[in-house]
Write a protein that binds this ligand. Structure first.
Ligand code: MN
Length: 273
């Protein structure tokens, strides 16, 4: 559990063994569909800080509500994506949306941590609320769709603004349908099967909650759904810098982390009002 509201599987890091192979992506949690009974007090994660990276929340089912030390407040519904740049530091809480909590229901969501290069780690905090209707759905196969959250696919750009080059796709692939991805040279590529099962390049099978890591040589990857499948494609230019991570902070050095803890304790990242 993350807080009392998110029942998640950690897809990576897995003891950091992936290292740079999946940079600039640092962490991914998947909350597979889970039922939460009615509650007058919304479940979730209480006030906590972040610095040095971005959190990307992709909501598939349920409803979420967040607020932060800069006075930002918002709600997420299925299909919406929140791209939060923590940068120099925010304090926020992540909860089930009040009415959803009151009625109870099924929640399904992904949270991804995207690293920032040293030069942007202390950038001002920023939110991109990418509502479902701003995210293009590109038809693929016979009955399937690929949502472009960031970067572009076959000339269709996604709405997210990123600090380093990233392609982030959310694919719903019907059984029997295929999609071919042509990915840039020297980028990291991980494809996570959230639901269902697929074949890569007609040879390698993957099932739910498995991530396939690809070589960084630019290549074509063809994906065929064996059963109806939901996939998340993580593709980006690696950030070739040292990483020093501690709890909610993702920095370059141990000293950066000590400074982050001091700044948080001194109230420099603010408080929820
Ligand atoms: Mn958080």
């Amino acid at each position: 559990m993350v807080g009392d509201g998110f029942r998640v599987q950690n897809i990576f890091p897995n003891g950091n063994r992936l290292g740079k192979r999946i940079s600039p992506f640092f962490l991914m949690d998947y909350g597979a569909p889970a039922y939460f009974p009615p509650s007058d007090k919304p479940r979730g994660v209480d006030e906590h800080p972040h610095r040095g990276f971005e959190t990307v929340t992709i909501l598939y089912q349920g409803a979420l509500e967040h607020r932060d030390s800069a006075g930002n407040y918002g709600k997420l519904y299925p299909g919406d994506v929140q791209w939060m740049t923590a940068g120099s530091g925010v304090v926020h809480e992540e909860k089930h949306e009040t009415e959803f909590a009151r009625q109870g229901g099924t929640l399904e969501a992904v949270q991804l941590w995207v690293n920032l290069p040293r030069v942007h780690k202390m950038t001002a905090p920023r939110y991109q609320e990418l509502s479902k209707d701003t995210i293009p759905v590109v038809p693929v196969g016979q009955h399937s769709g690929l949502r472009v959250i960031a970067g572009s696919f076959n000339g269709h750009p996604g709405p997210a603004s990123t600090f380093t080059p990233i392609n982030l796709y959310d694919i719903q692939l019907k059984a029997g349908d295929s999609v071919t991805l042509s990915l840039p040279e020297n980028y990291s590529t991980g494809i996570v099967t959230l639901k269902g099962s697929v074949n890569y390049n007609e040879t390698h099978a993957a099932k739910a909650a498995e991530m396939a890591l690809f070589d960084t040589a630019g290549e074509e990857i063809s994906i065929t759904a064996i059963t109806d499948a939901t996939l998340l494609v993580l593709n980006g230019e690696p950030i070739d810098e040292p990483i020093f991570a501690y709890g909610p902070f993702l920095m370059n050095t141990e000293q950066d982390i000590i400074t982050a803890i001091d700044d948080y304790n001194a109230g420099k990242m603010g408080h929820l009002k």
